[in-house]
Design a protein around this ligand. Structure first.
Ligand code: HGY
Ligand code: MN
Ligand code: MN
Length: 399
């Protein structure tokens, strides 16, 4: 069992929490000044625990262990959703620092824009495995304010820096510790989750074209209200999906925008950001086929026209049995019977890194299941137990 300084780990977590603090959470959108401050903080921390830190052309931060192999890669992301949790991502990166400080031969990574502030999502880990071309970067915009990714990179001082690629053959595997972002562990009274598989996320923009017009002069019979068509389409999706989805599928409308968005004007345009998630591609394909059929049906029946634009899709990932075994053995040794194997309903950088090396994840409970909200939290004793299990598992995986 490596000598892990859990007090320093907690101190690091709270120091990082103070950068971009928002109520009890953080607001660190990718490439914002507070995000870049957190990346600089991380580079100093990595150097202080003996790793050689570097930042790349999309803001990935990697601390490289100087010694001979074998090595593990440990990490996650440090940007947050808007006004969101202090642990989502940060926990996995700070845990990596703690393992390096404890003398384990680990490299530590903070992959940029896992949270998809820019269209393509998981930008950093997809770039690190060679899946992001220059054209994608040219075309990508910030989902909140429309800033071009190229411009955001320049403002962050990253333009022109080379983009790093994870080194083939350097690592035994990748370990990511993460807050569960759900209620399973808490409901089962468990303290640790060994992740079996990570969902894929398929995202679309549905644009509905109607006719902007006067809210009073235009009769109900003649108006082409894009807002009502959007609402009816979403209701049809919610009615049909339970017949084609899987046990843990989810479908979410994260945003509906009505233009021009005034009370006395019939919206001429509606835009829906819609995503589905599941661990099985055939289930995702069934949901997509149903979505397309419902849009065809809407266009047959409605006076407004709906079009479907694909935004992004990734692939589900199964976690590596060997690394899962190391995590389970460590969990059983440190918390007998207090853990369970479980799927991840959230997407993670691990699902991209898994395309290049064995990868596995360790969950700690979310209080109330809350995440992607500033109130996200985990009991301190569960954070410490998770770190100890991660360190023990890392040592087993490196043996
Ligand atoms: O949305 C997700 O699953 C991840 O937290 N970005
Ligand atoms: Mn995350
Ligand atoms: Mn997240």
């Amino acid at each position: 069992m490596p000598e892990i300084d859990t007090d320093a780990f907690l101190r690091d977590l709270h120091e990082l929490r103070a950068i971009g603090r928002f109520r009890t959470g953080v607001h660190r959108p990718t490439y914002s000044p507070q995000d870049m401050e957190s990346r600089r903080w991380l580079m100093r921390r990595l150097e202080a625990c003996g790793l050689a830190p570097a930042i790349d052309g999309v803001g990935n931060v990697l601390g490289r262990h100087p010694g001979p192999g074998p090595h593990l890669l440990v990490g996650s992301h440090i940007e947050s959703q808007n006004e969101a949790g202090w642990l989502d991502g940060a926990l996995g990166v700070v845990a990596g620092i703690a393992l390096a400080r404890g003398g384990l031969p680990v490299d530590v990574a903070a992959f940029a824009d896992e949270e998809g502030h820019f269209d393509i999502g998981f930008l950093g880990s997809r770039s690190a495995i060679g899946e992001v071309g220059e054209a994608e970067i040219d075309a990508s915009r910030n989902r909140t304010d429309g800033t071009l990714l190229r411009e955001a990179l320049a403002q962050a001082g990253l333009a022109g820096l080379e983009r790093m690629r994870l080194e083939e053959g350097r690592y035994r595997g990748f370990l990511e510790m993460h807050i569960e972002q759900g209620t399973r562990l808490e409901a089962a009274g468990q303290r640790l989750g060994i992740v079996t598989g990570i969902v894929a996320i398929w995202q679309w923009r549905i644009v509905i074209a109607g006719a902007q017009d006067h809210a009073g002069g235009t009769t109900m019979a003649e108006r082409r209200d894009a807002g009502l068509t959007a609402v009816r389409l979403l209701a049809a999706i919610d009615e049909a999906f339970p017949r084609v989805c899987g046990e843990r599928s989810t479908w979410t409308t994260g945003r509906i925008t009505l233009d021009p968005g005034a009370p006395s004007i019939i919206p001429g345009r509606a835009e829906i950001l819609f995503q589905v998630r599941d661990v099985a591609v055939p289930v995702l394909e069934r949901m997509e086929a149903t979505l397309r059929a419902l849009i065809r049906e809407s266009n047959r029946r409605e006076r407004c026209t709906a079009t479907l634009e694909e935004m992004s899709r990734n692939t589900p990932a199964l976690c590596d049995p060997g690394l899962m075994g190391a995590l389970s053995a460590a969990a059983e040794a440190l918390c007998p019977g207090g853990w369970q194997a479980m799927p991840s309903g959230a997407g993670h950088d691990a699902q991209n890194v898994a395309k290049m090396m064995p990868a596995a994840m360790l969950f700690v409970p979310s209080i109330g299941g809350i995440s992607h909200h500033w109130a996200e939290d985990t009991k301190e004793e569960d954070l410490v137990l998770g770190l100890r299990v991660l360190a023990d598992a890392a040592e087993r995986a490196l043996a």
